[in-house]
Design a protein around this ligand. Structure first.
Ligand code: CA
Length: 762
């Protein structure tokens, strides 16, 4: 009896669970690195890190200050750099680097660089190794949340060096030769920091120094043991004639050197060997990646889809990074990049909400509700307390980049989904503050708040640029505030204020052209109107892209356009028009325009965020098969498993999270509505392990490259005809079965009662 039960249980487990695989092997951190200023295929670098780690490490091929820190086509490495860069456009801060050499010392970036090739390079999320063949040296490193562990496999030589560069904009270095230690301070930054900002780094070698000294930014090498200046560094020479492998444990702190040693000893204690940290790192990534198990067939495409999926997963949980540390007593503390003080609690940073509110944060609401509470406390509440403003782009403090007040969407979405372990009263105060005021930078608060709140739109003939884009985003943000205010039981007049403002998108819609269009103070539309003009009234896009920025009320947009027929005609035109553009506003063809031209999808510009949700708008117009066809085209053609794998900036997980959601078969068009609009699942079988212990299974057995259309759907064994899912459908666990065919089923999900939420239908 007992035996039989065990056997039965065993079979049951085998049938319902996919075996635990190593998912790290599917992650390619080099995807998106074949990139340049002129054309972005991702604008990523291989971030060697732990999930949300405070410090990332990367091989460096571009000089410090050049945002393109590692580019695939480069053949020389300058160093191995601790980096905090979220994007080349925001650039780096608090960086320093290590670089080996043999014999004569060459310390400056241009002089110390050495050749490498991709055949002798291995990049994994938590590990990087490369052979620098000119000096016959293999460099390997693995990382923890704040520290890194280097192995320099030098050849037999009397003078094997490691060059330490604390970089420009003021740095300090100090050598303790008897203790095999070097400490330093890197103050480099690209803005968004107080006066006292510093990265205190510490390095502990396993091998005695034969020689050591310091150098300055002019390349002067000195034997003294300490130097402070605009740009300083150090060198150490080892005798490696006895085949010794030089190991270095490296850590840092934004608080003090003392705290940096705490970080180092906590994460890389003396008894931990390189291989132990290496397998810890792999485990930490597998813990996350195994939360979604996808099955594919063994074809080349199947493997490539898996690489795309897990590489996108890796990118989606790198940012926002933790900026807090744990003191000797294990208490969470942080240096505030807002006021320069050392304070209690979490701090997260390196994120632009304009990008990530769309899909990264919704992804966290499913897989990481607990973590998300801490992130919101650390990236919204504490920054508001420390600076008086909710961030919109932080790196590490407020940065002046992009538009909108999308922090409202992130906070409201989380709270409405029951993720409440953060200080909502302060967050709400911050939201209201942003809705009423211009901030100290154009990206915080709401630029044009006065005009918007009084007129219901920001006039084209005001001093405020990108006025239509701002109006549209504020309207969705106000929708988010409305929903949150209801949930919080705020006064009726406050609730109604935001409910009304959520309609403001209508004020910039021109029914004579069926486009969103700049509007003058006197109520006339701006003239002449050029639909494909980028910039001006819009942000990194044209009216072709922003006309669809009505996330919370597609039905309202359908009504404005004169009904479903005209709406669909317009939406079809996005994909069938020539990818023309007028870029007078910028004076040159910005990379986003070039990326659109290369897609072969008309005016659809998947390489940038404003229109990334629009394919899903066919569902609202009762033609979900068009969504299905186009989603699969994007998944198959606009994402790749190679170094040129993105069709524009990856943007801190946003373009990756789009792939994650869309390949699962649904996407959060308007996060605050708690709905996910159904597209076309890419995989035959997916198992999502939810944090509440339940599983959500996505089963689409007949799915193939041809069978991309949904014939029918069963949710928990019942036929399901809505073309969207509610958040609770997923988090309650269960099974959704997609029956896929090679021809559209015009009857599935196409009735009036099938469509997702729109404010106008409420
Ligand atoms: Ca972008």
């Amino acid at each position: 009896m007992r035996k039989a039960l065990i056997l039965y249980t065993f079979i049951f487990i085998c049938k319902t669970t996919i075996a635990n695989e190593d998912y790290v092997k599917y992650v390619n951190p080099l995807i998106g690195t074949d990139t340049s200023f002129e054309l972005s295929n991702g604008n990523t670098y291989p971030a060697i890190a732990r999930p949300w780690g405070m410090n990332f490490w990367t091989p460096q091929t571009g000089k410090m200050g050049d945002g393109w820190v590692y580019t695939y086509k480069s053949d020389q490495i300058i160093g191995f750099k601790q980096t905090h860069q979220p994007s080349p456009w925001i650039n780096d801060y608090a960086a320093f680097s290590l670089m080996p050499s043999i014999g004569k010392l060459s310390v400056l970036e241009d002089e110390r660089k050495l050749k490498f090739d991709h055949e002798n390079e291995k990049a994994e999320p938590h590990f990087y190794s490369v052979i620098l063949h000119e000096i016959n040296t293999k460099v390997e490193f693995t990382v923890t949340e704040r520290s890194s562990f280097f192995k320099f496999n030098f050849p037999k030589n009397e003078n094997s060096n490691v060059i330490i560069d604390a970089f420009f904009k003021n740095s300090e270095i100090k050598i303790f030769p008897n203790e095999n230690k070097i400490i330093g301070i890197a103050r480099n930054n690209s803005g968004g920091v107080p006066e006292n900002f510093a990265n205190y780094f510490v390095i502990k070698f396993n091998t005695p120094f034969k020689k050591s000294g310091v150098w300055d930014g002019k390349g002067n090498i000195m034997s003294k043991k300490e130097l402070v200046g605009e740009h300083v560094g150090a060198y150490v020479t080892f005798d490696t004639t006895n085949d010794v492998v030089v190991e270095a444990k490296v850590s840092s702190s934004f608080i003090s050197h003392e705290q940096a040693w705490v970080n180092l000893n906590r994460e890389l204690p003396d008894d931990k060997k390189f291989d132990e940290i290496l397998s810890e790192g792999r485990r930490s990534w597998n813990n996350e990646l195994s939360k979604i198990k996808v099955e594919t067939d063994n074809t080349t495409k199947g493997l490539s889809d898996k690489i795309k999926f897990y590489s996108c997963f890796y990118r989606t949980i790198l940012f926002p990074r933790q900026f807090h540390e744990y003191n000797k007593q294990g208490k969470q503390i942080h240096y505030s990049p807002y006021n320069g003080k050392i304070l209690d609690g979490p701090l997260y940073t390196d994120n632009g909400f304009w990008d990530t509110f769309r899909a990264v944060f919704p992804f966290y609401t499913i897989l990481y509700p607990e973590k998300l509470s801490e992130i919101i406390q650390g990236i919204m509440v504490n920054p508001y307390k420390e600076s008086g403003w909710l961030p919109e782009w932080s790196s590490p403090g407020h940065r002046d980049c992009m538009i909108g007040s999308n922090s409202a969407s992130i906070i409201a979405e989380a709270f409405l989904k029951g993720i409440k372990n953060f200080d909502i009263d302060i967050a709400y105060e911050g939201i209201i503050n942003s809705s009423e005021n211009e901030g100290p930078l154009s990206s915080v608060g709401r630029k044009g708040a006065f005009e918007y709140n009084n007129l219901g739109y920001i006039p084209f003939d005001s001093s405020i640029n990108e006025n239509v884009a701002r109006t549209l985003e504020y309207a969705y943000n106000d929708f988010s505030i409305w929903k949150l205010a209801v949930e919080l039981g705020r006064p009726k007049n406050e609730i109604n204020l935001f409910k009304n403002r959520a309609n403001n998108y209508k004020n910039v819609f021109d029914s004579s052209t069926n486009f969103m269009r700049g509007k003058l103070k006197n109520g006339d539309f701006q003239s002449p109107f050029i639909a494909d003009a980028w910039g001006g009234a819009f942000t990194e896009g044209s009216s072709w892209h922003y006309t669809w920025s009505v996330l919370h009320d597609p039905q309202g947009l359908i009504n404005l356009m004169g009904g479903r027929k005209d709406f669909v005609k317009k939406l079809d035109k996005v994909f069938t028009s020539e990818p023309t553009s007028d870029f007078t506003y910028y004076g040159f063809k910005i990379h986003e325009i070039l990326e659109m031209e290369l897609l072969n999808m008309g005016q659809y510009a998947h390489g940038n965020q404003p229109i990334q949700h629009a394919i899903y708008f066919y569902n609202y117009a009762q033609q979900p098969w068009k969504t299905q066809q186009k989603i699969r085209y994007v998944l198959d053609n606009l994402y790749g498993a190679e170094a040129d794998g993105y069709c524009g900036d990856e943007d801190n997980g946003q373009t990756s999270a789009w792939f994650l959601f869309s390949s699962l078969g649904f996407y959060p068009v308007a996060p605050v509505t708690m709905e996910y609009v159904i597209g076309s699942p890419l995989f035959n079988y997916v198992e999502i392990s939810l944090p509440n212990g339940k599983k959500f299974i996505i089963d689409s057995a007949e799915n193939s490259n041809e069978n991309i259309y949904i014939d029918n759907v069963k949710l928990n064994k019942k036929y399901y005809t809505k073309n969207w899912l509610h958040h609770n459908d997923i988090t309650n666990g269960g099974r959704i079965m997609f029956n896929m065919k090679n021809k559209p089923n015009l009857n599935w999900g196409s009735s009036k009662s099938s469509v997702p939420y729109s404010m106008s239908n409420e």
